[in-house]
Design a protein around this ligand. Structure first.
Ligand code: NDP
Length: 446
């Protein structure tokens, strides 16, 4: 529920950003937590922090023209929303997916502001992308598209200005093509301008694994706070991309078992536990589908257009896309004995789903806390680039784990302080907001 003082303000956000339903959803979810904060800190109202924090500092929309393999001209739209730089340079990924439009980029950028704040690191929030669909495109087409996009984007980014990274549809390959074009245009080897680079050319070890690993560190902390752990737990991980694969890997390392993953074609159920070497081979090397995995794995079944949340589990990790877990799915999970949910994806659970988890007393870790390990490790990559240093895998993973434990503790303690113990949504929103709001007050009216 929205506090009555905040309600009119939310109405203004809806009016000023028509049709951007995902952005409205993300804003509403944060505002619902902030009533007690405004009561405690009147200076935030005096400085009109709420109004300012919901308005991106800058929104860039541009044409991306490129040629496909048949010689046809293709036109896509590129976006970069530079949301808030009170804590540091704008930081957040680029998403290539046909569903991308301004409302998606703004929802992601808004979430990113609070997520980055929660990491405790000096990074502001931004996000970008394109409605380009990489599925079925050749390597050459991907390269030409990335080069064309960067030919405009380069003038808006920089290691002290705005530092993009990957997201859906953008992995090390795309970051490579984007970085190559940036280097060519600017004649600068400015490693810190993009993160998620290949480990041979400025990328940090553990960045590839970081979002998935971090999500699992977070869920393990939630379980520990309830006197339990992941050991022996059956888990579902939706998606089969970067976040999903490494979430599954860390679950296995911590003694749990992932019995299903998915893509937009369907679900793979593998009761013996997903074979991660095979999944990586199919997804990362062959760029195949989960159905191809099922074909080569005797213990696995492919369920075309299946719903992963119908399968029984102890722990659910949505790692695919926004609003993929509905109120009905939450009810099924609860009925089947699920005790914890942590979001590797951004906003994968609908508001009805979140409400159901809270009402059932399930440990529920929202994305802006649970998946913050990716951006935190991007900040570690920036740190290594700036000092021309290179840390070991073990050292970097140790830092990631410390950061996730710290984020969990902050959310946990903030929820208690504001009278909602165990509510990580409130904890994450309030803790993330206060740090940004204080910096905005300190920096004056800019
Ligand atoms: P990828 O592109 O690597 O993978 C996305 C996966 O989700 C693919 O397997 C895709 O399948 C699947 N998917 C998409 N839509 C659906 C659907 N409707 N049903 C089932 N599966 C679906 O992206 P990432 O792993 O990088 O990102 C996943 C989520 O994590 C996103 O919400 C992203 O914003 C978030 N995130 C990512 C971070 C990162 O570091 N990469 C950091 C923080 C958050 P298909 O191939 O069929 O589309």
């Amino acid at each position: 529920m929205l506090d009555e003082k905040i309600e009119p303000f939310f109405d203004v956000v809806v009016r000023r950003n028509p049709g951007e339903v995902e952005f409205h959803q993300a804003v509403r979810e944060v505002l619902e937590s902030l009533g007690p904060v405004l009561a405690k800190y009147p200076e935030f109202t005096e400085h009109r922090i709420l109004e300012r924090i919901c308005e991106p500092e800058r929104q860039i929309i541009f044409r991306v023209a490129w040629q496909d393999d048949a010689g046809e001209v293709q036109i896509n739209r590129g976006f970069r929303v530079e949301f808030n730089s009170a804590l540091g340079p704008y930081k957040g990924g680029m998403r290539f997916h046909p569903s991308v439009y301004l409302g998606i980029v703004k929802f992601l950028g808004f979430e990113q502001v609070f997520k980055n704040s929660l990491t405790g690191m000096p990074i502001g929030g931004g996000k970008g992308g394109s409605d380009f669909d990489p599925k079925g495109r050749s390597d050459d087409e991907i390269m030409r598209f990335c080069q064309s996009l960067m030919t405009e984007l380069f003038r808006h980014i920089g290691e002290y200005t705005d530092v993009p990274a990957g997201d859906v549809g953008v992995g090390t390959r795309e970051i490579g093509y984007l970085f190559g074009q940036y280097k060519r245009i600017t004649n600068r080897y400015e490693s810190g301008v993009l993160t998620g680079k290949g480990t041979g050319w400025g990328g940090a070890l553990v960045r590839t694994e970081a979002t998935g690993y971090g999500t699992v560190f977070f869920v393990n902390e939630m379980l520990k706070a309830r006197g339990s752990s992941l050991e022996g737990r059956t888990c579902l991980v939706s998606g089969s991309g970067n976040v999903a694969i490494y979430a599954a890997e860390k679950v296995h390392q911590l003694g749990g078992r992932v019995v299903a993953c998915s893509d937009s074609d369907g679900v793979v159920h593998d009761p013996e536990g997903i074979d991660l070497e095979l999944l990586k081979q199919v997804k990362e090397i062959e760029r195949g589908r989960v159905a191809d995995y099922a074909e080569r794995r005797g213990s696995a079944t492919f369920i075309p257009r299946g719903n992963i949340w119908d399968l029984p589990c102890d722990v659910a990790l949505p790692c695919a896309t926004q609003n993929e877990l509905t109120g009905k799915d939450a009810a099924t999970l609860i009925r089947n004995g699920c005790v914890a949910v942590a979001e590797g994806a951004n906003m994968p659970t609908t508001p009805e789903g979140v409400r159901a988890f809270h009402e059932a007393g399930i440990a529920y870790g929202p994305g802006k806390a649970a998946n913050a390990g990716g951006v935190a490790t991007s900040a570690l990559e920036m740190q290594q680039n700036a000092s021309r240093d290179r840390w070991s895998f073990a050292h970097t993973e140790g830092r990631l784990e410390e950061i996730m434990v710290d984020i969990h503790q902050t959310c946990h303690d903030t929820a208690e302080e504001f009278g909602t113990p165990g509510n990580y949504v409130v904890g994450a929103n309030i803790a993330g907001f206060i740090r940004v709001a204080r910096a905005m007050v300190a920096l004056g009216l800019v």
